[in-house]
Design a protein around this ligand. Structure first.
Ligand code: NAP
Length: 335
């Protein structure tokens, strides 16, 4: 094990503190994160690592050098990987999450979002690992919010359908699994296009050009660090009370915003002008259909005392600061 995952060995550096990550210090605390190279997976990996879990993150095209390469479509590789690492929890973040790509590549998206999830659930169940499957508010049609965990799903697009089917196969193949539905995510992005929220920032900061912004779809932008904390809290509670945690959960930020309102809030957070932003109140046409307001009711987690919410203004500033072009003039204001 230590040969295969060298970052988990005990290292000694003369005159320095030991860097220690070994089973003897983290008994029963091994976590496997799929999609650890992605937006949410990176935050979940960090959250578990910072809280005394021995964590293994796996990725696909971006796996090396930081993470382990694991193609989730390779069923025997998945089995071998889990049998070797023996995780106590698996947080399954890997998915094809871009609705337009799913529409255009239905077969490969279904393989990853549904078939790979089904296989992972079977292997996790056989290994006795608690599995958290990250799902989406797009399982709902958004016409009659808010949506409770037991509200009837009705996905409008193929992405939502594959996530719903993913939920079904997870719960069917493991009685030691939880589904966690979340809405649109943002956080520390490698590039602005990585999140449907941060992607708007260049239109916000380059104010010499007017920009149309959707003002019809109602969203609840949610910070990945908050979701990561919820995954950790859910896992810790599961370890304390195994029979309590199972089934479907939902977590979401509580600030309702359209994309136009998010863009204005970004401008405000950096003291930038917003008069070039134009709200478009008509329902978008022609694109992949998306729900109007898929607001998630989070009371099931709140009643367990589980949750974390960072205000949008604070979290978006933290996330976008590296991408702010005019850093020098804004620096004195915020840092
Ligand atoms: N982002 C959102 O706004 C949002 C909203 C609601 C729900 N969700 C859900 O939240 C979860 C995380 O989303 P995200 O935004 O973090 O996604 P993301 O940034 O697009 O990351 C997707 C991850 O899947 C991995 N992956 C792709 N193909 C794979 C394969 N064949 N084998 C193994 N791994 C593979 C990618 O690895 P490489 O990059 O290394 O190839 C990457 O780590 C998903 O389940 C998504 O449906 C996301």
């Amino acid at each position: 094990m230590e040969g295969r995952y060298p970052d988990l060995r005990i290292r000694f550096r003369p005159g320095h503190v030991q860097v220690v990550q070994a089973d003897v210090f983290f008994p029963n605390r091994r976590a496997l994160i799929t999609g650890a190279t992605g937006l949410l997976g990176r935050a979940v990996y960090r959250e578990f690592k910072d809280n005394n879990w021995r964590v293994l993150g796996c990725g696909y095209s971006r796996a090396r050098p930081r993470f382990e390469y694991l193609n989730l479509l390779d069923t025997s590789a998945v089995k071998e990987f889990i049998c070797e690492f023996k995780p106590h929890v698996i947080v399954h973040c890997a998915a094809e999450r871009r609705p337009d790509i799913v529409e255009n590549h239905p077969e490969s998206a279904t393989k990853l979002n549904v078939e790979a999830s089904s296989n992972l659930a079977k292997v996790a169940a056989a290994a006795g690992a608690f599995l958290i499957y990250i799902s989406s508010d797009y399982v709902f049609d958004g016409s009659n919010p808010p949506y409770r965990v037991d509200s009837v799903p009705n996905p409008l697009n193929l992405y939502g359908k594959t996530k719903l089917e993913g939920e079904r196969v997870i719960l069917q193949n493991s009685d030691n699994a939880a589904v966690l539905r979340v809405p649109v995510l943002y956080g520390d992005v490698e590039k602005l296009e990585e999140s449907a929220v941060t992607i708007m920032f260049d239109k916000v900061q380059f104010s010499n050009k007017s920009a149309n912004m959707d003002h019809w779809q109602q969203r609840f932008p949610t910070y990945v660090k908050d979701v990561a904390s919820v995954c950790l809290q859910l896992t810790e509670r599961k370890m304390q009370e195994p029979s309590l945690i199972k089934g479907i959960y939902q977590w979401s930020g509580n600030e309702q915003m359209t994309k136009y309102e998010m863009a204005c809030a970004m401008a405000d957070a950096f003291n930038l002008p917003s008069s070039h932003l134009r709200p478009i109140t008509d329902e978008p046409v022609g694109a992949t259909p998306r729900p109007w307001n898929p607001r998630l009711d989070c009371s099931k987690l709140e009643e367990l005392g589980i949750g974390q919410r960072t205000p949008f203004r604070v979290a978006i500033r933290e996330s976008l600061w590296p991408f702010l072009v005019e850093k020098k003039t804004r620096q004195t204001v915020f840092h």
